[in-house]
Design a protein around this ligand. Structure first.
Ligand code: ATR
Length: 276
């Protein structure tokens, strides 16, 4: 009898995770099946307990449960502690261990488009929400010291910098301030929901002052090219979209469950096919 895996979220019907994980199971000759479970916020505790007692071997966690699932974990891996959120759960002999592969998945994916090592880059993160937090702390944990944060509400960027447990020289900026001094950054990372479907013509700032060698990265993957990435492309800048983060976080989760490395290329192909 094969092992059961899955993802819990709300809404969950458009998730691409079942497609990529089920294909990877087939590709690796593993008798596993990955199912998308719709879980309402007020049923999170019962649902997690159900998955546990039914022996589901591992599952992903998506919006809106990534933070609220923490009390239901038996143990947290360092990655979940860094992010303050869980996106991957491993059932280790009836004990649920919470991990977070979003931060490392994002950095793995970004590294592919960088010429210089990430720790030598001056980085600007746009946003100060949950996604920004995971990426900021992961980069700082990996040794990046030159990271600034800009946000519509500057106090949230200031708070995140104060909470960062790793050595850094980070500054908090308003979006307007960041826009004016954009030429000092090697990498710009857009983590907000601005530009997400259906608001596809919105962007948090203009790239007018960005330098030609900058890499502009957006964690959004629907649309594949946000308005910010479109502007970057028109200016001839290097762009990096959210498909890489999605695929790499999934590959790291698959590895935690099976010990195997799935094909990143195949996963990427499936996602682009689904997104059209
Ligand atoms: P997530 O977990 O996806 O990061 P979040 O924690 O709700 O979501 O954070 C959303 C981020 O998007 C915040 O940085 C938010 O800015 P504020 O802190 O000022 O709210 C940012 N954001 C959302 N809508 C925005 C908009 N229209 N313009 C600029 N920033 C926006």
């Amino acid at each position: 009898m094969g092992n059961l895996y899955g993802v819990i979220g709300c809404p969950i019907n458009h998730s691409m995770s079942p497609d990529i994980h089920n294909d990877a199971f087939k590709d690796k000759n593993i008798d596993g099946y990955y199912h998308a479970f719709h879980v309402e916020p007020d049923q999170l505790g019962e649902s997690v307990q159900a998955l546990k007692v039914l022996g589901v071997k591992g599952f992903n966690v998506t919006i809106p449960h990534k933070i609220s699932i923490i009390p239901y974990m038996d143990e947290l891996d360092v990655t979940a502690k860094i992010a303050g959120a869980v996106n991957t759960v491993v059932n280790v002999n009836g004990r649920l261990v919470g991990h977070n592969t979003d931060g490392n998945g994002y950095v793995d994916s970004l590294t592919h488009v960088l010429i210089k090592p990430i720790i030598e880059q001056k980085i600007l993160i746009i946003g100060a929400g949950g996604a920004a937090r995971g990426i900021y702390f992961t980069l700082a944990h990996q040794g990046c010291q030159d990271i600034d944060l800009c946000n519509r509400t500057i106090s949230k960027a200031e708070e995140l910098i104060m909470e960062c447990p790793y050595e850094n020289t980070s500054k908090a900026l308003t979006l307007e301030e960041a826009e004016l001094q954009l030429e000092s950054y090697d990498v710009i990372i857009q983590t907000t929901a601005v530009g997400l479907h259906p608001n596809i013509d919105q962007k948090p700032l203009s790239l007018n002052n960005a330098k030609q060698s900058v890499v502009v990265s957006d964690i959004v993957y629907n649309p594949i090219k946000t308005a910010l990435l479109q502007e970057a492309e028109e200016r001839g800048l290097t762009i990096h979209n959210g498909v890489g983060m999605f695929v790499h976080q999934a590959a790291l989760a698959f590895n935690l469950w099976t010990g195997l490395e799935p094909s990143i290329e195949k996963m990427t192909e499936i996602v682009y096919d689904k997104l059209g």
